[in-house]
Ligand binder design. Structure first.
Ligand SMILES: NC(=O)c1ccc[n+]([C@@H]2O[C@H](COP(=O)([O-])OP(=O)(O)OC[C@H]3O[C@@H](n4cnc5c(N)ncnc54)[C@H](OP(=O)(O)O)[C@@H]3O)[C@@H](O)[C@H]2O)c1
Length: 179
């Protein structure tokens, strides 16, 4: 049940602008779809991110198990299921799902960092205008890069897939288990 933050962030840490992604990277979206569609995975995201996803044939993120964070009460028997805190969503997901993806936006990433075992960051090599940012942790020394995959320049801008683990090497989920 690792908690995995999945994000695309520019060099200036921008993740969004005016309610949308500042870029279009088809391969990155396909990777998100493939990872989050795996058996027994779930996705946790903020209400604004959820509402920004265009429905396909009336459904957002088809085939995925999605939990949405919102401070407002919502029905809990409908799809998607809503939670009022990240912690209650994680408590629900941890015993039920093998991989728990935290998919933004800004507030969810900030709240998710202390819980995360892995950061999957698509680093986009540009400095676009933005109004939503990834937390300032990637160069802090608290996280180390364990995998880098530069992508051929078929799409603009250039980008690479980076995987980070905590510098301590101790997965947060293990610390959680022993707490
Ligand atoms: N580059 C990327 O990888 C990436 C990924 C995701 C999103 N984005 C971008 O980010 C922007 C959208 O994200 P955002 O930062 O504006 O909003 P967001 O985090 O998706 O949603 C914010 C809302 O979610 C709820 N929420 C968030 N954290 C919560 C918590 N810990 N507890 C309870 N409720 C919580 C609140 O809903 P209520 O107001 O209902 O209380 C809050 O107003 C868009 O531009 C989108 O394209 C980029």
């Amino acid at each position: 049940m690792p908690v995995i933050i999945i994000a695309a962030a520019a060099l200036n840490r921008v993740i969004g602008y005016r309610g949308a992604l500042p870029w279009r990277l088809d391969e990155d979206l396909a990777r998100f779809r493939a990872l989050t569609s795996k058996n027994n995975a779930c996705v946790i995201m903020g209400r604004t991110t959820w509402e920004s996803i265009p429905p396909v044939a009336g459904t957002r993120l088809p085939g995925r198990t999605v939990f949405v964070l919102s401070s407002r009460p919502h029905r809990t028997d409908a799809f998607p299921r809503f939670f009022t805190t990240l912690e209650t969503a994680l408590d629900f997901a941890r015993p039920r799902y093998d991989d728990i993806y935290l998919a933004g936006g800004e507030r969810v990433y900030a709240a998710g960092i202390p819980h995360a075992d892995t950061l999957l960051v698509t680093r986009v090599f540009q400095r676009p205008a933005g109004d939503r940012f990834f937390p300032d942790v990637l160069d802090s020394g608290a996280w180390v890069t364990v995998r880098e995959e530069y992508r051929p320049c078929r799409e603009q801008p250039e980008y690479c897939f980076l995987e980070y683990r905590p510098h301590s090497g101790i997965p947060k989920s293990e610390a959680h288990d022993s707490a």
